[in-house]
Design a protein around this ligand. Structure first.
Ligand SMILES: Cc1ncc(COP(=O)(O)O)c(C=O)c1O
Length: 380
């Protein structure tokens, strides 16, 4: 039985272009990018090429890109930096942000910083009126993801940017799940800070970025090195930077085709799933969604029971649940949408990529149908 990997929002398979560039760098670039000698300068060239490649991919100036260890680190740095340099900070984030935002906001609140969580409706949508009121109350930083990792919702970033800037506040956008799936135009969307992690779109794991609007500064939150012009200390990850160059080249060449393929595959998969698993419930805002993500629930079936059965049948998906003290807590995203605990636990996320074969999606739908039938029969 072939395995079918439908968990690309957790991490995507590494693109061949990224893998080849990394292998070459691992054997051919021995230097430290901060060393002044020949080997160091070759490593430096790789890092600077990665910076330019990211800037080009998201339409931002190269000097605006700070390379980091991933979006978790980037998100922590943006939020903590803002609080450090702002008089009377007031931080807003949505209720569906990734834990690397929402948990930092909770920590900041514990530390005495004024914070508020922007609620969502039953489809995970945001009410811009709520934001306007908070901006009037003096919010200084608004943190909104471009696209949600669990339900796939895509948020109206340009509209939010206008509101935020009208009131003189700052906008942070976590673009991690958007890159490679929908067009990401940093300058066009008028963002102040954007954070990224490249393994979600086929780049290497352990490398991310903070993209800064021209004129905006960011300070390191760690001490101990001058790398990235003092904004992110620590030896640069040269093999990952090389992989990033490969991944961004693939995105530049194939991005449009990827997005088209994803739209088509999503429609195909949804049709097959609906046919194979009657009573399928769809979650999220289906009109504004990533083309690679489907969040669903099956009547009366617990998400974890489903995922275990699916894994045994060779289908890898996810629930977004977090393991807290040995018990599985439902996804905070689905809970924020107003679902009760047990109902929230039914959520299952399928996420795929441009390289997922159509036949795999059809076969996954067949296996899902059989699992749902079997689990439903056990319940009666
Ligand atoms: C929206 C979003 N932000 C941030 C992250 C964190 O990325 P990383 O684990 O690579 O630091 C993820 C990963 O799941 C994500 O989906």
């Amino acid at each position: 039985m072939n395995r079918i990997y439908l968990d690309w929002n957790a991490t995507a398979p590494v693109l061949p272009e990224a893998r080849e560039a990394m292998v070459e760098a691992l054997s051919g670039v021995p230097g430290n990018a901060s060393s002044v000698h020949h080997e160091g300068q070759i490593a430096r060239t790789v890092v600077e090429r990665a910076r330019r490649a990211v800037a080009k991919a998201v339409n931002a100036p190269a000097q605006a890109v700070v390379l980091t260890g991933g979006a978790t680190e980037s998100n922590n740095q943006v939020l903590r930096h803002h609080v450090r340099v702002t008089d009377e900070p007031f931080v807003i984030c949505t209720a569906v942000e990734h834990p690397s935002v929402i948990e930092v906001v909770r920590d900041l609140e514990q530390e005495g910083v004024r914070c508020a969580i922007w609620p969502v409706d039953a489809k995970g949508r945001l009410d811009l009126g709520w934001l306007e009121a908070k901006l009037d109350e003096g919010a200084t930083l608004v943190s909104v993801m471009w696209a949600n990792n669990e339900i796939g919702n895509v948020y109206p970033i340009a509209e939010i940017a206008e509101l935020v800037h009208d009131k003189g506040a700052t906008l942070h956008v976590d673009g991690t799940q958007a890159l490679g799936r929908i067009p990401v135009d940093f300058n066009g969307a008028d963002i102040d800070y954007m954070t990224l992690s490249f393994h979600k779109m086929g780049g290497p794991k352990g490398i991310g970025a903070i993209v800064l609007r021209e004129g905006i500064k960011i300070e390191a939150i760690l001490a101990g090195g001058h790398q990235e012009r003092g904004r992110r200390p620590g030896t640069e990850n040269v093999p990952a930077a090389a992989g990033l160059v490969g991944a961004m080249a693939a995105l530049g060449e194939q991005g449009d085709a990827w997005r088209e393929a994803l739209q088509r595959k999503r429609a195909l998969f949804l049709e097959a799933l609906t046919e194979q698993a009657p009573g399928l419930e769809l979650r999220g805002d289906l009109e504004h969604t990533l083309p690679n993500t489907l969040n669903v629930a099956f009547e009366g079936i617990d998400g974890e029971d489903f995922l275990l059965a699916a894994d045994l049948e060779g289908v890898s998906a996810s629930s977004g649940s977090a393991c807290t003290a040995g018990s599985l807590e439902p996804s905070h995203v689905v809970l924020a949408m107003g679902f009760e605990h047990d109902d929230a636990r039914r959520s299952v996320r399928f996420s795929f990529g441009p390289a997922t074969p159509d036949e795999d999606l059809m076969e996954a739908a067949r296996r899902v149908g059989a699992i749902v039938e079997r689990l439903s029969a056990l319940m009666v």
